[in-house]
Design a protein around this ligand. Sequence first.
Ligand code: SF4
Length: 155
Amino acid sequence: MKPRARIPNPYEAERRAALEEVRAIYRELESRPIQRNCTRLTECCQFKLTGRTPQLTKGETLLAAKAVRGAGRKALPEPPLAGACPLLKQDGKCTIYQDRPFGCRTHFCAAAGGPYDRPQVLDLIRRLEALDTRLGGSGPRALPVALAEELRAMH
Ligand code: SF4
């Protein structure tokens, strides 16, 4: 019997393109000469300390959730410290460092040089927002909520 031709899944193609767009935005950010010196104090990953939780657009959420799955997890672990990011490991490293969200790439503690000025990266924020709209997202959402929901949807 002739093997059946694979039917292209339009959602899968859209998803792959979305992941590539988010990676391109992160690469563009990295190429900019904005100097910061992160020494991994992990303060910025402790939301209770900073009073700030990274807000993820849909594309960032898809990429981060894929990375969490790639790290062998089907759900978010318990944070190592009360009020910390669930993706912060006991050793102070990020579980998904290569694919960490935009906010984690632009928010730095005072010791590392402070957060990026919004106008410096506004064009990239706009690209993430436009992608969120294309993917039917509802705007930026708090990391723990957005990621937990996406991981459940991936089951
Ligand atoms: S995703 Fe990674 S870099 Fe971002 S807050 Fe969590 S542990 Fe820190």
